[in-house]
Design a protein. Structure first.
Length: 202
């Protein structure tokens, strides 16, 4: 009898002082959603392994009652996979880069297969998790925008600077609702395969 494989996802929170007050409700909803995903996959795979069921039962309540697109539901490609979530929170760091490095160290030490970074001022639909995961890319991020004018997408292509180095050029003409290759992206919501980080020298 085949046993479901398990992937471990670390929800990495490199936050200075907790979630932004305007984003608390959205983050708590997202956290609750991830718990429901973990629970539902466990039950579906348990029933499948016992021979009582196969695939996704047709009459289950939606995982996200606000989502009408179906994007928040479990994709077929992840039936037979248990997803375990753990929270890695680094609160109180004044430097975001230092907090992110601390998150990486803790997540890799826990054996995480994926690291899902989520900034404290982000508000995304719950479907963002599977929208990123289903691409199965080493690094993939959600499209976010600058908080202050000029409002531009936080995705960039590099060009060589006049005195060396590189210049970050925001990508303004991007295809909507499509995966796009860029040179750099903001870390608002980013999913990284742990294997990528394990291969990188510190």
């Amino acid at each position: 009898m085949a046993v479901s494989r398990t992937i471990k996802v670390a929800l990495c929170l490199p936050w200075y002082n907790g979630a932004d007050p305007d984003c608390v409700a959205a983050f708590l909803t997202f956290q609750h959603y991830l718990g429901r995903v973990q629970e539902r996959l466990w039950w579906m795979n348990h029933l499948k392994e016992s021979g009582a069921s196969s695939g996704i039962p047709p009459a289950l309540t939606g995982l996200d009652s606000w989502d009408k697109s179906g994007a928040a539901e479990i994709p077929e490609q992840f039936v037979g996979v248990n997803i375990e979530f753990l929270i890695v929170a680094m609160i109180g760091y004044s430097l975001p880069g230092t907090a992110r490095e601390a998150c990486i160290d803790a997540a890799l030490a826990s054996g995480a297969d994926y690291l899902l970074f989520y900034d404290d001022d982000m508000m995304f639909d719950c479907s963002i998790f599977f929208k990123l995961l289903r691409h199965e890319k080493p690094v993939v991020g959600a499209l976010a925008f600058t908080a202050r004018p000029p409002i531009t997408p936080v995705i960039y292509k590099f060009t060589e600077g006049p005195q060396g180095g590189v210049i970050n050029n925001p990508v303004l003409n991007y295809e909507r609702d499509a995966l796009q290759k860029v040179d750099a992206i903001g870390f608002g919501v980013v999913l990284i395969q742990g294997s990528v980080l394990r291969r990188m020298p510190k």
